[in-house]
Design a protein around this ligand. Structure first.
Ligand SMILES: *[C@@H]1O[C@H](CO)[C@@H](O)[C@H](O)[C@H]1NC(C)=O
Ligand SMILES: *[C@@H]1O[C@H](CO)[C@@H](O)[C@H](O)[C@H]1NC(C)=O
Ligand SMILES: *[C@@H]1O[C@H](CO)[C@@H](O)[C@H](O)[C@H]1NC(C)=O
Ligand SMILES: *[C@@H]1O[C@H](CO)[C@@H](O)[C@H](O)[C@H]1NC(C)=O
Ligand SMILES: *[C@@H]1O[C@H](CO)[C@@H](O)[C@H](O)[C@H]1NC(C)=O
Ligand SMILES: *[C@@H]1O[C@H](CO)[C@@H](O)[C@H](O)[C@H]1NC(C)=O
Ligand SMILES: *[C@@H]1O[C@H](CO)[C@@H](O)[C@H](O)[C@H]1NC(C)=O
Ligand SMILES: *[C@@H]1O[C@H](CO)[C@@H](O)[C@H](O)[C@H]1NC(C)=O
Ligand SMILES: *[C@@H]1O[C@H](CO)[C@@H](O)[C@H](O)[C@H]1NC(C)=O
Ligand SMILES: *[C@@H]1O[C@H](CO)[C@@H](O)[C@H](O)[C@H]1NC(C)=O
Ligand SMILES: *[C@@H]1O[C@H](CO)[C@@H](O)[C@H](O)[C@H]1NC(C)=O
Ligand SMILES: *[C@@H]1O[C@H](CO)[C@@H](O)[C@H](O)[C@H]1NC(C)=O
Length: 530
C-alpha cells in the first residue's frame, strides 16, 4: 500500500537579498522553487541598456546577449538574457543551482554582479507504507494482533526535509514518534496490540521552504480469541422447537457466525455478523446422528485455521437396575445414569403408571452426581411398592428406564422364618422320637437327647433375627423337673416385635445394596438353639 502525493510548487517562492558593494558590483542570493520562473538580476543601476551581457555559471559562460540585438540563447527557450541584462530561467531545475556571474557593458564601463541561486523542491512523492497489512476499499489498513508491523514514510525534498510520525489513538496521542532529515523514516511495532489502533500521520517539511506535506492512514488491529465458539442449547418457548445458540465473544471486529448442517447437503440455517447467533429449529427436522455445526468467520483467522463447535445429536438413554427391593420403614435409593444424550437431556423421576412427577420432599430426595440421577425414598411403606420411571428427554426423543420397587414387610419375613422353623422342628422331632423309642422302650420321655444342654437355655428353643440378638429368656416359663428325672422341653418362638431399636438401626441404611446385604446375612438356622 503506497500513498503518493505529488506536490507542485507553482507559486513563486522567491526571496532575494541584494547589496551594493563599494566597488560597483552586487551580490544576490536567490531561492527558487522547482519549476519557477527565475529572474537573475545583473545591472541594477539606472535605466541604461547594456550593449553586452555575459552570464557565467561556476566559471563557465552559459549565455551571452545584450541590448536589442540579443539572439536566441544556445540553451533554447529556458534561458534568456533580457534587454536590461537580467537572466531569465523559465522553469528552474535542481541543476540550475549555482553561483552566477554577469558582466554587463554599458558604453566603455563594465558592471559585474554575483547571484547565488538555490532551487528548493518538495516535499514530494511523500508516501506511507505499513506492512504486513491488508487494505480495505476505503484505504484503511488492517493488521492482526501479535504480528510485527513496519512503518515507513518517505518523501523527496530539496535540499533537505524533516520527517515526523505522529499517532492519534483512542487512548493515547503521540505527537512525535520520531524525527529525522533522511529521505525516509521507519519504525516497527513488535507484537502489535489493539492499543496501537489509530491514525498514523507522517509529515514532511522542507527545511528551507517550510513547505509541508501530511500523509495519514488509519490502522485497525484485528483479533480473534484463541478458543472455539461455544455451542449451547436452550428449549424454545414453543416445545415443538429447539434453540441452538452459538457464541464467540472477544473477536474484533464482530465475526460472522454460521449455523449449518455438517453432513449431507450442508444446509445453512443461519449466517450473520454477530458474536452470538441463535437458530430455532423444529424438532421434527432433527434426527439421530445429525451434526449441527457453528462456524466462525473472521479476517483475523489465518487461512486453514477453523474455529467452530458442533453437536452430533444423540437420543437419551437412561440406564440403571430395573429391580429394587427395600424393607418397610427403611430407605432406598434408585439410581439412573444418563450419559448418551446430546444435547443434554432433561432427566426426571416419575412414579406409577400415570408417571406423576416426583416432587422433592422429606420423603423423596432427588440428587445429581455427575451423570447419575438419584431418588431416595425415606420411610418406605407398602404403598411405595410399584413402578418408577427415570424419564430422559432431549429434542430428539424421550426414553424411560423402568424400575420396579418391591417392599418387604417384617411380618412376611417372620412368616418365612416360621416356615423354616417348622420344617426344622418336624425333622428334629422325628429324630428325637426315633432315638427315644430306641433308647427307652418302656416309657416315652422327651429330653434324652438334650441332657447336655445348659440348663438356662436347654429348655428353650429361641428363634430370633440377627438384628435382634436379645433373647427374652426371662419371659420363658419353666416347668418343674419331673420326679422321675426326665425333663420336659418347652418350645417357644420369640416373635421379634418391630420395636423402636430396629428403626434406629436401619435408618442409617440408604442404598439398596446395603439393604440386600443385611437381608442375606440374616441366617435363621444358626439362631435355632436347643
Ligand atoms: C569588489 O568586487 C569583487 C568581485 O566583483 C569582490 O570579490 C570584492 O569583495 C568586492 N570588494 C568590495 C570592497 O566590495
Ligand atoms: C529587467 O527587465 C525585466 C523585464 O522587463 C524586469 O522584470 C526586471 O525587473 C528588470 N531588472 C532590473 C534589475 O531592472
Ligand atoms: C567584462 O567584459 C569586458 C569586455 O568583454 C572585459 O573587458 C572585462 O574584463 C570583463 N570584466 C570582468 C570582471 O570579467
Ligand atoms: C569612455 O567613453 C567616453 C565617451 O563615450 C569618453 O568620454 C571617456 O573618456 C571614455 N573613458 C574611458 C576611461 O575610456
Ligand atoms: C514522484 O512520483 C512520480 C510517480 O510515481 C514519478 O513520476 C516522479 O518521478 C517522482 N518524483 C521524484 C522527484 O522522484
Ligand atoms: C474504512 O472502513 C472501515 C471498515 O468499514 C471503517 O471501520 C473505517 O472507519 C473506515 N475508515 C475511513 C477513514 O472511513
Ligand atoms: C522506506 O522506504 C524507502 C523508500 O521507498 C526505502 O528506500 C527504504 O529502504 C524503506 N525503509 C525500510 C526500513 O523499509
Ligand atoms: C511517542 O513515541 C516515542 C517513540 O515511540 C516515545 O519515545 C515517546 O515517549 C512517545 N510520547 C508520548 C507522549 O507518548
Ligand atoms: C516546518 O518546520 C518549521 C521548522 O521546524 C516549522 O516552523 C514549520 O511550522 C513547519 N511547517 C509545517 C507546515 O509544519
Ligand atoms: C498536518 O499535520 C499537522 C500535525 O499533525 C496538522 O496540524 C495539520 O493540520 C496537518 N495538515 C494537513 C493539510 O493535513
Ligand atoms: C440464546 O440466544 C438468545 C438470543 O440471542 C439469548 O436471548 C439467550 O440468552 C441465549 N441463550 C443462552 C443460553 O445463551
Ligand atoms: C453416524 O454418522 C457417522 C459418520 O457420518 C457414521 O459413521 C455412523 O455409523 C453413524 N451412526 C449412526 C448410528 O447412524
Amino acid at each position: 500500500m503506497k500513498i503518493v502525493a505529488t506536490v507542485a510548487l507553482l507559486q513563486l517562492c522567491l526571496s532575494a537579498t541584494a547589496e551594493v558593494s563599494g566597488n560597483g558590483s552586487t551580490e544576490t542570493v536567490l531561492t527558487a522553487a522547482l519549476g519557477d520562473v527565475v529572474l537573475l538580476p545583473c545591472y541594477d543601476v539606472g535605466t541604461a541598456t547594456p550593449t553586452l551581457t555575459t552570464w557565467m555559471k561556476d566559471g563557465r559562460e552559459v549565455i551571452r546577449g545584450g541590448g536589442t540585438s540579443s539572439s536566441p540563447s544556445p540553451a533554447g527557450q529556458r534561458l534568456a538574457v533580457l534587454p536590461n541584462g537580467s537572466l531569465n530561467i523559465n522553469g528552474a531545475t535542481p541543476g540550475d543551482e549555482g553561483i552566477y556571474l554577469c558582466n554587463s557593458t554599458i558604453g566603455n564601463i563594465s558592471y559585474v554582479a554575483r547571484v547565488v541561486l538555490q532551487v528548493v523542491s518538495g516535499p514530494e512523492n511523500v508516501s506511507i507504507s505499513i506492512g504486513p497489512a491488508t487494505a480495505l476499499s476505503n484505504g484503511t489498513l488492517i493488521a492482526f494482533r501479535g504480528t510485527t508491523v513496519s512503518f515507513n514514510c518517505s518523501g523527496l525534498s530539496h535540499p533537505s526535509q524533516e520527517l515526523r510520525w505522529s499517532f492519534t489513538g483512542a487512548s493515547s496521542n503521540n505527537e512525535s514518534l520520531v524525527a529525522t532529515s533522511d529521505s525516509w523514516l521507519g519504525f516497527t511495532i513488535k507484537d502489535i496490540q489493539p492499543s496501537a489502533q489509530g491514525v498514523y500521520s507522517c509529515r514532511a517539511n522542507n527545511t528551507i521552504s517550510h513547505q509541508a506535506v501530511n500523509m495519514s492512514t488509519q490502522l485497525l488491529v484485528y483479533y480473534v480469541p484463541d478458543r472455539h465458539p461455544e455451542c449451547m442449547w436452550v428449549p424454545a418457548q414453543d416445545p415443538s422447537h429447539i434453540q441452538f445458540n452459538c457464541t464467540w465473544f472477544g473477536a474484533y471486529p464482530t465475526p460472522t457466525l454460521r449455523w449449518a448442517e455438517e453432513k449431507g447437503a450442508g444446509h445453512v440455517y443461519a449466517s450473520e455478523v454477530t458474536a452470538s447467533l441463535s437458530v430455532t429449529l423444529n424438532r421434527s427436522a432433527l434426527h439421530d446422528n445429525q451434526t449441527l455445526k457453528c462456524m466462525a468467520q473472521h479476517l483475523a483467522l489465518a487461512a486453514g485455521k477453523k474455529k467452530s463447535c458442533s453437536f452430533t445429536l444423540k437420543p437419551p438413554y437412561p440406564e440403571g437396575e430395573p429391580l429394587a427391593m427395600a424393607q418397610e420403614t427403611t430407605s432406598v435409593t434408585l439410581t439412573c445414569t444418563e450419559t448418551a444424550s446430546i444435547p443434554p437431556a432433561d432427566t426426571t423421576w416419575r412414579k406409577g403408571l400415570q408417571q406423576e412427577v416426583i416432587v422433592p420432599s422429606s420423603k423423596y430426595v432427588l440428587s445429581e452426581e455427575g451423570p447419575a440421577f438419584k431418588l431416595t425414598i425415606h420411610n418406605i411403606s407398602k404403598d411405595d411398592e410399584g413402578i418408577y420411571f427415570c424419564r430422559s428427554e432431549n429434542p430428539l426423543s424421550v426414553r424411560e428406564l423402568e424400575v420396579y420397587l418391591t417392599v418387604r414387610t417384617s411380618s412376611a419375613y417372620t412368616g418365612a422364618i416360621i416356615g423354616i422353623f417348622i420344617a426344622a422342628l418336624i425333622v428334629g422331632s422325628a429324630a428325637i422320637i426315633a432315638k427315644t423309642v430306641y433308647s427307652s422302650r418302656h416309657r416315652i420321655c422327651l429330653g434324652g437327647g438334650f441332657g447336655n444342654v445348659e440348663e438356662d437355655r436347654g429348655d428353650v428353643l429361641s428363634l430370633v433375627e440377627s438384628e435382634d440378638e436379645h433373647i427374652f429368656q426371662d419371659d420363658v416359663p419353666r416347668l418343674p423337673p419331673l420326679t422321675n428325672g426326665c425333663h420336659t422341653t418347652l418350645v417357644q418362638i420369640h416373635r421379634i416385635p418391630s420395636s423402636d431399636h430396629e428403626d434406629a438401626e436401619t435408618a442409617a441404611d440408604t442404598s439398596p445394596e446395603q439393604q440386600e446385604e443385611s437381608v442375606q446375612t440374616e441366617e435363621p438356622a444358626d439362631l435355632v438353639t436347643f
